[in-house]
Design a protein around this ligand. Structure first.
Ligand code: NAI
Ligand code: 13P
Length: 762
């Protein structure tokens, strides 16, 4: 059992916890407490004399726990930050650094003293000041008196000890990483401006961000030149105890910073969190000198600045998917996450620092690859060796920082940002596999174009991710033909978002000079656009296959846009009109209708039909697209199921006609006669299933109200009492229509069960 008398530190701790939770228990047996030395502790008490009584008591008590008489550490520096500490560090607006033994490897005044030949005497005073056994004012005065240098001595000293030769390891990279994030850097030194400004200038820190003491000089009456050091200006805040928090209070008064962090090695730095207006967090640095009283009390104590760089908000990114678009997208991501300034490398840090936006993201990007054999080898191995995906995105380097991973769980593990870009028919399986395995609080974005049809109604891919993984999911949609983006041709995309913070982070992740990203607070509208334009692109391909010109294609595109908007708003009334004029709307529609895979395959399919040499879409997918996946045919079937169940078919004449054509109920020429094509009485293609993931149990409930924006045809009743058999005829004989198919459709290659249902009806 622990007795209070045995563990006084714990008692102090309990009191401390009521005052803001800055301290954690350190158990120190009485043997240690009663030990002889504790020098640093006693001296620290002197330094703390100006603090409020309760705080002073606590800190003295805590400090007692720091060193035993033999110099052994009886404290445990907090080298692992708490969540609170980490969160402050990651959102810091301004960082104030002490200079001597924090930025530099040595104390400037000690080095100057050595230069002036009074090293030992001055070092003893410095040490007493840092440990708190001597007041700052007194220590400074006594040291200056011993040094007694001239301005010329200072110039010679700086030449002999240039800033680059004096920096603590990793400080340049830390400052550079902070600057790249837009964090303001300040130097608050108990030393002198004359010695600090060259260091500030070397690190790219403006003079106005330097707080330090000023030397007073004796001036020569005749020459008007300063000649001899005669003390220092006591009016600077840094000339006194509690000067650092005062400097921070001034900084805060002048700038609207929410979060300020102080980093330093000494007791005076530790003070900077103690007063109102001081820093929100003190981080102790022990890489040059470890001061027990500071190490014991710092909320976070580090020995290596790399720790702080690594702990800065570094979002780990995972790409789920590895097809053409996934590869083009991961290539852009990798370009944004790769470090421009490798730590310590040429061009890093120093006055000419290049801000590195990549600091916000972890450099390595994991990409889940659906494993398959590629020319006798595992595709993941080939990708990791060549940095290229030769099957789905040949000819483009993905970047050395992309790691292909065959396990989806391993790819997603620990990721803060998840990018989904798999063909939509696989997304349900992917989500189920990742359930409970993604980092809580992670943010996702879907680049997938498509939807799922379930008994309750349609489900967009972003909705599926949100539902199964319990995380926010934005969408990135636009005219984004993968190979053109690989060639770095100008493209634009929108991020449809609910969570603006996440959207802005994703924008930074994707934005490239050739890839313009804008934000749109209509995620559903954007995703509906990306999904539906694939149906219209099939129609555009048919126009091309029929050998018709741009007028005809423009008609299909225009009507397609009208139906895309009407259908999106009928399902989701909150969808915005202007979304259809954005890059994800008309932009993507035009690009896909001219240069997409859906268009290409539909053109070939149409040619085959006209030539009497029909080929299925599946055949064309594997020959023309070499394993890439077509989305338009599945999406057409999925959308048609919604139209059919809700009795909206004739209000969407182009969608309906295209679906009838691809399922073999109408010849391709009807694409330009879509009004007629949708009105004709034909055998129903039967129960359409939503691609690989759906089954016959996917029953849609008819909507009680049809969309008002579209005119209903006379023969379209609004009967809500449709039976299950009506919705899912097991064959064409259970068609909702009694009429026979118009014309004699050529054998058609639909995809999935719907096409076989269509075939059996003929
Ligand atoms: N390719 C493009 O230019 C664009 C594509 N998109 C959309 O991006 C999404 C993904 O398309 P892409 O990256 O182009 O893929 P893709 O069509 O080029 O490649 C197919 C991908 O599916 C994977 N796959 C095959 N069988 C699988 C299975 N059983 N489970 C999971 N994955 C399997 C393959 O490994 C391959 O990575 C689609 O929704 C597409 O509409 C959006 C914009 C542009
Ligand atoms: O979505 C696309 C372009 O934005 C690509 O469409 P396809 O799948 O038809 O190539």
């Amino acid at each position: 059992m622990l007795l209070r008398s045995q563990y006084p530190v714990m008692q102090c701790q309990r009191r401390a916890n009521t005052g803001g939770g800055l301290f954690r228990p350190i158990l120190v047996p009485s043997a240690v407490r009663s030990s002889k030395a504790l020098t640093a502790t006693a001296m620290a008490a002197h330094q703390l004399r100006r603090q409020p009584a309760a705080e002073r008591k606590l800190r003295t008590c805590m400090a007692r726990a720091t060193v035993d008489g033999d110099g052994n550490k009886a404290y445990m520096p907090r080298t692992t930050p708490t969540d609170r500490v980490l969160s402050i560090w990651r959102k810091v607006d301004a960082v104030c650094f002490d200079v001597d033994c924090t930025i530099t490897l040595n104390d400037s005044l000690d080095l100057l003293a050595e230069f002036m030949g009074v090293k030992e005497q001055v070092a003893a005073l410095t040490s007493r000041a840092m440990d708190g056994s001597l007041s700052l004012e007194q220590a400074l005065e006594e040291r200056l008196a011993l040094i007694a240098c001239s301005p010329a001595d200072i110039k010679r000293f700086i030449t002999a000890h240039p800033p680059a030769s004096r920096l603590a390891p990793g400080i340049r990279e830390l400052i550079s990483a902070l600057q790249a994030r837009g964090v303001a850097i300040y130097l608050i030194s108990g030393g002198f401006r004359e010695l600090t400004l060259p260091i500030a200038s070397y690190l790219g820190i403006p003079k106005s961000n330097v707080f330090a003491n000023r030397m007073n000089w004796q001036w020569d009456d005749e020459s008007g030149e300063p000649t001899r050091l005669v003390g220092f200006d006591m009016s600077e805040p840094t000339a006194h105890n509690q000067g650092k928090p005062q400097a921070i209070a001034r900084i805060r008064h002048r700038n609207p910073y929410n979060t300020v962090v102080m980093i330093g090695d000494g007791i005076t730095d530790l003070e900077a969190v103690q007063s109102t207006g001081g820093a929100d967090l003190f981080i102790g640095y022990g890489g040059v000198v470890e001061r027990p009283a500071v190490a014991a009390e710092a909320e976070w104590y580090v020995y290596d600045y790399r720790t702080l760089v690594d702990a800065l908000a570094r979002y780990k990114v995972a790409m789920i998917g590895s097809g053409a678009w996934a590869c083009a997208a991961v290539r852009m991501i990798a370009q944004n996450t790769v470090r421009q300034n490798p730590p310590g490398g040429e061009g890093a840090g120093a006055g000419g620092q290049v801000p590195d936006p990549a600091d916000e993201f972890a450099e390595e990007v994991r990409m889940w690859v659906y494993e398959e054999n590629y020319q006798g080898r595992k595709l993941t191995e080939v990708i990791n060796e060549t940095h290229e995906n030769p099957k789905y995105f040949p000819g483009f380097s993905l970047g050395p920082n992309v790691l292909a991973v065959p396990s989806i769980e391993a790819a997603a593990e620990g990721a803060d940002l998840l990018v989904f870009c798999a063909p939509h028919q696989f997304m349900h399986g992917i989500c189920k596999q990742l359930m409970g395995k993604v980092k809580p609080g992670a943010a996702a974005i879907s680049l997938t174009k498509g939807m799922r049809v379930r008994p309750e109604g349609p489900q967009l891919i972003s909705q599926m991710v949100r539902r199964y993984l319990g995380i926010d999911c934005a969408v990135l949609m636009g005219a984004n033909i993968a190979t053109d983006i690989g060639r770095e041709q100008l493209s634009e995309a929108v991020i449809g978002y609910d969570n603006l913070d996440h959207a802005e982070r994703f924008k930074k992740l994707f934005q490239r000079p050739y890839f313009r990203v804008s934000l749109l607070p209509d995620p559903v509208g954007a995703e509906m656009c990306g999904t539906l334009k694939n149906i219209v692109a099939l129609g555009a391909g048919m126009v091309d296959g029929l050998g018709l010109g741009p007028n005809s294609k423009a008609t299909i595109i225009r009507q397609g846009l009208v139906e895309m908007r009407a259908f999106s708003r009928a399902l989701y009334p909150s969808v915005r009109d202007d979304t259809f004029l954005a890059g994800c709307g008309v932009g993507d529609l035009v690009a896909t209708c001219y240069g997409g895979r859906n268009r290409l395959v539909a053109e070939e399919w149409t040619r085959g039909q006209l030539a009497g040499q029909p080929r299925t879409f599946e055949e064309l997918e594997s020959t023309l697209l070499r394993g890439q996946k077509l989305q338009g045919v599945l999406t057409s079937n999925e959308v048609q199921e919604i139209l059919r169940v809700r009795r909206w078919e004739q209000q969407y004449p182009l969608f309906t006609t295209i679906n009838r054509i691809i399922n073999g109920f109408l010849p391709p020429k009807f694409v330009v006669d879509y009004e007629v094509g949708s009105q004709l009485q034909i055998s129903s293609p039967g129960g359409i299933e939503s691609g690989a993931e759906s089954g016959p149990e996917d029953v849609l409930t008819p909507a009680p109200h049809p969309p008002a924006s579209l005119k209903r045809s006379n023969n379209n009743n609004n009967n809500n009492s449709m039976s299950r058999a009506d919705r899912y005829p097991s064959s064409a004989s259970s068609s909702t229509s009694s009429a026979s198919p118009v014309s004699s459709p050529s054998p058609a290659g639909g995809m999935g069960p719907s096409s076989s249902a269509a075939s059996s009806s003929r």
